[in-house]
Design a protein around this ligand. Structure first.
Ligand code: ATP
Length: 200
């Protein structure tokens, strides 16, 4: 099964692009949503998180205490890296198992941290969704009700567009919504074609 990773900074339009792929019948794995699910449901991962961060990471009723965990990793790069080191392998294993169950020409993996988390090594093609900075700030503020400063701070912590462009196999520029569906259609056609080509 060919695998396509889709990434992009906050408010670039990754999820919007992925919805368009899904509308064309492509199975999409949202790594953020699945990571949250696995932290809740995967017994092995739960045990490793509780072992590293303390039993308080889970409440008495078994639900993950996100606030506690966020407090433990905030401003502590070593703790954040330890948490990522537990969660990322679980997501990769789950994605691989999920992809093996799909039947289409190819699947899509959506991740805001495709390159940072090393997920690119688990996909055959990478797509970066790009949009002008101010548009991303405006869209994110409108969607999340946050301040432009908050969004800019989060953008500053992510890979910049030059790096994304250099590392991704292809890009989608998301400015006008009307241009997005044709761009996705073109890539979808290309990926379906490439999925049937013999591998080098
Ligand atoms: P995040 O990393 O924060 O999850 P994202 O890259 O997945 O963001 P989206 O959620 O797809 O981005 O888009 C951000 C917001 O901008 C959404 O509210 C979406 O509806 C809107 N949006 C995306 N693309 C366009 C567009 N071309 N025109 C107008 N609005 C758009």
């Amino acid at each position: 099964m060919m695998k396509v990773g889709i990434t992009g900074g906050i408010g670039s339009g990754k999820s919007t692009v992925c919805r368009l792929f899904a509308a064309r019948g492509v199975a999409v794995y949202d790594s953020d949503t699945e990571a949250r699910r696995l932290m809740q449901e995967d017994a092995g991962l739960r045990a490793r998180i509780a072992d590293r961060f303390g039993a308080e990471a889970y409440r008495r009723d078994g639900t993950l205490d996100r606030k506690y965990l966020a407090g433990r990793v905030f401003g502590d790069p070593a703790a954040l890296s330890a948490l990522n080191g537990l969660v990322h392998p679980a997501v990769i294993a789950d994605f691989e198992a999920w992809a093996a169950r799909q039947t289409g020409d190819y699947v899509v993996l959506e991740s805001a941290i495709l390159f940072e988390a090393g997920l690119e090594r688990h996909v055959d093609r990478t797509v970066a969704v790009l949009a002008p900075l101010e548009l991303r700030v405006e869209r994110t503020c409108r969607r999340d009700g946050c301040t432009p400063e908050e969004v800019r701070r989060r953008i500053a912590a992510q890979l910049d567009d030059d790096t994304l462009c250099a590392r991704a196999d292809c890009t989608i520029v998301n400015i006008r919504e009307s241009e997005l569906a044709p761009a996705v259609e073109e890539l979808d056609r290309r990926f379906r074609y490439e999925a049937h080509m013999p591998r080098a």
